[in-house]
Design a protein around this ligand. Structure first.
Ligand code: HEM
Length: 509
């Protein structure tokens, strides 16, 4: 009897284990084997089971976007990174459609906790809430405050005096010391200019970056947002419950503390100014606070505090980078430089109406540089709810958890939208007014979440360029600079620049 019951037990045991194993294998196969998740859409295939994970981990998101856009297809392609689907959408119409999706269907950050590769989820943990990651009714209020402060002609006219003053001080420092100066890494210099401008404009403190704390903190945030590793590490920690989904890790909290220290210090300096001289012209940070419920004195609004955190990460990079690319392209194209000099040689860079109405060629040059070198070269949306996207052949169904990449750089470089010379610097294309309306031109994105600060940035860049080119001749020392597509678009190596005062006067520039 004993023998027979043992045999029966063993039999049931083996059957149960085999059934469980078979189920586990079936589940794994269902989970891991390549499936046609987007029927009719071309797939960039990688290695079995992992998909393009090796490429993603070794080279990061930008490389994956590049590979996905080269797959081509009907303006849409996709790849699997293990069990996550990355979709690239690359026609103007489809990009605009995705950017216009309601936020319940697609947002920048998606859900915390689950494997989520969105750089905005990392940004949220590093700097806390900002307009980038807000959804819901607050968005419209915040966008209005930003637009009033940074994208309105009136506000920028008021900011112009500060911009001109900071530009003049910066360019004078660069050019005053000797007849000719060589600067080994000009981006550091333009970053310093942009940081001084933000410091002065927001807090009345042009030297807030001089302790060398702001730039490294900001660079680290930019780097972490573009790298896949923080997301992987975070998902692992969330899985073993060492972090609460949405909350920063220990390292991230540390960096966030450093951001907080910079912000606190800036606010203290502004409050000190206000106490010392109550009649002081209201600084932009106080105005932003007043636009969002704060008083003329006393505590700053939550929105102002959030903007201050965001500004540590994003205030200077795009301004500095654009100026560097402008100098590279003008150095490569002496004819364009000569045309530009004819237009700007005698204008008064301290008079805003000259810069906003009488510089069509300068505007064309700037737009062409925005086209060839969009600092924000791509963005991302996480699908939250099943959503249909029309393609030229047949609609596709985007499923929750999919990550949709939108490559602005790809649009800007496409011969389909810009003609055979798409890869070349031809500012003249922007002399035709319809060029800025080209649906494939979106350096500041498009739709309900497009950039709310581009007019301020463009104005600062223009004042800087005019002042610099009027003061000295600029020569980019080493040629052949290439694009490096990181979190943001950068130069592959530092750009050395020679500034010569004598030449600016004698060479007829
Ligand atoms: C050359 C300079 C700039 C470039 C190329 C640029 C580019 C962009 C792009 C492409 C987006 C949309 C990203 C997306 O859809 O995910 C964006 C959004 C945004 N930008 Fe800019 N930007 C610049 C300057 C500025 C400045 C000076 C400010 C500061 C006020 C600013 C504040 C913002 C904010 C807050 C958003 C988010 C808007 C929202 O979610 O509603 N930007 N920018």
């Amino acid at each position: 009897m004993l023998t027979s019951s043992t045999a029966t037990g063993t039999f049931f045991g083996i059957t149960a284990i085999s059934t469980l194993l078979a189920l586990a294998i079936l589940l794994c196969l269902k989970f891991l084997l390549p499936r046609d998740v987007l029927p009719g859409v071309l797939q960039l295939r990688g290695v079995p089971l992992l998909g393009i994970m090796p490429e993603y981990l070794s080279q990061g998101m930008p490389r994956v976007i590049e590979s996905l856009t080269t797959v081509g297809g009907d303006g849409i392609s996709y790849a699997k990174v293990f069990n996550v689907t990355l979709v690239s959408v690359h026609t103007p119409a489809m990009i605009k459609a995705v950017l216009a999706f309601p936020e319940e269907n697609a947002s920048r950050k998606g859900r915390p906790g689950s494997m989520n590769w969105s750089p905005f989820q990392t940004l949220l943990r590093l700097i806390g809430k900002s307009l980038f990651t807000y959804t819901g009714t607050e968005v419209n209020h915040q966008r209005l405050a930003y637009t009033q402060e940074f994208n309105s002609g009136k506000a920028n006219a008021a900011a112009f005096k500060t911009i001109a003053r900071i530009v003049t001080a910066h360019v004078d420092t660069l050019t005053n010391s000797a007849a000719s100066t060589e600067i080994a890494n000009f981006k550091l210099s333009t970053d310093a200019f942009a940081l001084a401008l933000w410091g002065e404009h927001l807090y009345g403190n042009a030297s807030h970056h001089l302790d060398r704390q702001v730039l490294p903190v900001s660079e680290r945030i930019v780097h972490l947002c573009g790298s896949p590793w923080p997301s992987i590490w975070y998902s692992f920690l969330a899985l073993i419950r060492l972090v609460t989904p949405g909350k920063p890790t220990w390292d991230e909290a540390n960096l966030r503390c450093q951001v907080g220290e910079i912000v606190d210090r800036n606010f203290k300096i502004l409050e000190q100014h206000e106490r010392n001289d109550p009649a002081l012209e209201i600084k932009a940070m106080r105005r932003i606070s007043m636009l969002s419920g704060g008083g003329r004195t006393g505590p700053f609004s939550q929105f102002a505090v959030e903007f201050a955190h965001l500004n540590v990460f994003g205030g200077h990079h795009s301004i500095g980078s654009l100026i560097v690319w402008l100098l590279i392209e003008l150095d490569r194209h002496p004819d364009s430089l000569a045309t530009l000099m004819t237009e700007i040689r005698d204008i008064d860079p301290t008079n805003i109406s000259f810069l906003t109405t009488k510089t069509p060629y300068l505007d064309a040059v700037l737009n062409e540089v925005h086209r060839l070198y969009p600092t924000v070269h791509a963005t991302v949306r996480v699908i939250n709810r099943e959503t249909r996207l029309a393609t030229s052949k047949t609609p596709v169904t985007l499923k929750p958890g999919m990550l949709v990449y939108l490559s602005i750089l790809h649009l800007h470089m496409s011969t389909d939208y810009w003609g055979a010379d798409a890869a070349h610097f031809v500012p003249e294309r922007f002399l035709k007014p319809e060029a800025t309306k080209n649906p494939a031109f979106m350096p500041f994105s498009s739709g309900p979440r497009s950039c709310v600060g581009y007019k301020f940035a463009n104005l600062a860049i223009k004042v800087y360029l005019v002042r610099l080119l009027q003061s000295c001749a600029v020569q980019v020392v080493d040629h052949g600079h290439k694009v490096k597509i990181d979190t943001l678009l950068e130069t592959e190596r530092p750009v050395a620049v020679r500034l010569s005062k004598a030449c600016a006067q004698d060479c007829g520039h």
